[in-house]
Design a protein around this ligand. Sequence first.
Ligand code: ZN
Length: 258
Amino acid sequence: MDVNAASFEEGDIRDISAIQAHAWPLRQLRPLPRQRHDGFQVVLQKQALDAIHAHGKSITDIEIGGFLIGNVFHDQHGPFLHITACIEARHATHHAAQVTFTSATWDWAHEVLQNNYPDQRIVGWYHTHPGFGVFLSGMDLFIQDNFFNLPWQVAMVYDPLGHDEGIFVWHNGVSERAEHLVHTGEFTDPDQTTVRDGVSAGAADKATVATSSEPVADDDRIKMTVPDENCSQSSDSTDRKCNWLKKVIRAIDRFLNG
Ligand SMILES: [Zn+2]
């Protein structure tokens, strides 16, 4: 089964309750986490969490971040987001007051996604708040609103000094902190009859290949682009243009410069 078959439909509101469980592939977590209850939950695979922690602890004097990789699945309790890997974002350390995703960041993330996780999606982003707690700032909300605005896309904030972390999920158009589960076990996709030992088949290693602190020119800072699934699904994937992208870039311009 193509895990990308189920997709966001235009017009859906930003609310995780808008998704249909059976539009997404079946995945069995084994053993099923004790805290799994009926309804949508975010499940973070332990290896991905470890990679995020390692990244976050590697630099604590600035904010750093990256992309969350995984997909939506369903089990007997309903839909869940399974985050199985992360891709560290390239960013400019001298623009470190906040995390910014440049066009180069997106291009590179999509390259890693295609090469290492071809059957998965960018399901959100993570970044650190070293020593100042878990919340979404105005700029964080702006990024979430414009670039991770599908119902199942989430934001994770990790405070490596305060030892706290939280995942924010869309509820009725608002990103709200929601409890998440950490899964240390295996998972099985009955449709594909594959058994995986978590993400240990190289995915976690690949997830952490990713650090670079290449300086990014000031101009690049506002050239944000968007993941494919945020674009129209109807046209050629290669030449696809997002009409609203120009609007978003103008909005970012206004936000940063206005
Ligand atoms: Zn932030």
